[in-house]
Design a protein. Structure first.
Length: 403
């Protein structure tokens, strides 16, 4: 079976997902087209070189609806003969796009792809597309639906992570992201966003709060306590699934949860022959990928089970992995991953994560692929893992090998 390689990975800076955020004036279509054009320009690929554009975006409604992937092709410099596929695996959509591209390369369906994703959370609100898992009683009653923040607090309660633990991880995320920016670790991947006149709108992640400390976070009230405890509250629903717990300790808040931001990312994936044909040097080989379903009430434990699955698929042990990118949807998700594998925190999210820089839902997985490859090249690491928890109880993971 043909190997699949990553030839390039790039992303926009993340803008604050609010009306006063720097990218608020930019549509998902325009930012997607910008990423596609940048991928073409950086690689020197002709407009018709790729077999497809596979593009993740979660809230597929309004200006982010209607197979945004195909519309982005038409708005970019790609040939109109290139199709587009919009995918939605919630928070892992961008990674799933990369994994689908790699699978098609391996299967011989196409030689080269651009995969990635976008989410403009300042313009298209999270949840505005509706969700049967949250509102259809046939599903919510049977599976015990609770909001993600309640699930994150449930993880913290079950696995013994207190407020100090989750806040400490958040402080470290901010410090690592600030250091990474100061040392230029993201320089290769960042594509500044410009306006119609070519003037730069945003060249740097906008969500960072580099001076964050434990005292500042201690002043923040738990974000999900009222939602959980006000009767009839979601805590009661969760405790029906986990009756061994007396109560849920609410420890998450805006400072130790992922930021709402705008952003997009693109990854060029292809076979070895694709690279030789167009004079491209591979940066990483996609060793294996996996996706799983997980218990939907606690919802966010998928990274542990899916990592076990992808390691088995690759014939590897966790000790074989040099670096990990675990999406910081909530601090407890990363702490649970580290606990489950005995992972050295110094090998996980070494340049910070979504707590510091934000989580543009459909783009984050593809962003993490680029962040991981950049860091593998910087440090000489041989192998890396990307994994994300996923809404409604799923997980996705990919193992990369530096070339």
């Amino acid at each position: 079976m043909t190997d699949a390689f990553v030839y390039d990975a790039l992303r926009s800076p993340r803008g604050r997902g609010r009306a006063d955020g720097a990218l608020h004036e930019v549509t998902a279509l325009r930012l997607s087209a910008l990423m596609l054009d940048a991928a073409l320009a950086r690689s020197g690929l002709p407009p018709d070189a790729v077999a497809d554009v596979i593009w993740g975006n979660v809230t597929q409604v309004g200006e982010q609806g209607g197979c945004l992937a195909r519309t982005a092709v038409l708005a970019s410099g790609l040939a109109e003969s290139v199709p587009g596929l919009a995918v939605n695996r919630f928070c892992a959509s961008g990674l799933e796009a990369v994994n689908l591209a790699a699978a098609q390369v391996r299967a011989g369906v196409g030689a080269g792809f651009i995969a990635g994703g976008v989410e403009m959370m300042s313009r298209v609100a999270m949840g505005s597309d509706g969700a049967a898992v949250a509102v259809d009683p046939a599903v919510t009653f049977r599976h015990g639906f609770v909001p993600q923040g309640i699930g994150a607090d449930l993880i913290a309660t079950r696995h013994g992570f207190g407020r100090a633990d989750v806040d400490a991880l958040a402080v470290e995320s901010q410090a690592r992201a600030a250091r990474a920016w100061a040392e230029g670790r993201f320089a290769r991947s960042i594509v500044p966003v410009t306006d119609a006149n070519g003037l730069t709108i945003l060249a740097r992640d906008e969500h960072l709060r580099p001076g964050t400390d434990m005292a500042a976070l201690a002043a923040l009230a738990p974000a999900f306590r009222e939602l959980g405890e006000t009767l009839p509250g979601f805590d009661a629903v969760a405790l029906m699934k986990y009756p061994e717990l007396e109560r849920i300790e609410h420890v998450h808040h805006a400072g130790n949860s992922s930021g709402i931001v705008d952003g997009a990312a693109a990854v060029v994936v292809g076979s070895r022959e694709f690279g030789l044909r167009f004079g491209l040097q591979p940066r990483a080989r996609i060793v294996a990928s996996a996706a799983i379903g997980s218990e939907p009430t606690i919802m966010l434990t998928g990274p542990v089970a899916v990592t076990e699955r992808v390691l088995a698929a690759a014939g590897m042990q966790f000790s074989d992995i040099d670096l990990c990118e675990v999406n910081e949807a909530f601090a407890a998700v990363v702490l649970r991953f580290q606990q489950a594998f005995g992972a050295d925190p110094g090998r996980v999210n070494v340049n910070g994560g979504a707590i510091a820089m934000g989580h543009p839902l459909g783009a984050t997985g593809a962003m993490l692929v680029g962040t991981l490859i950049d860091e593998m090249e910087r440090t000489g690491a041989g192998t890396g893992l990307v994994t994300l928890c996923v809404a409604s109880g799923m997980g996705a993971a990919t193992i990369l090998e530096r070339v």
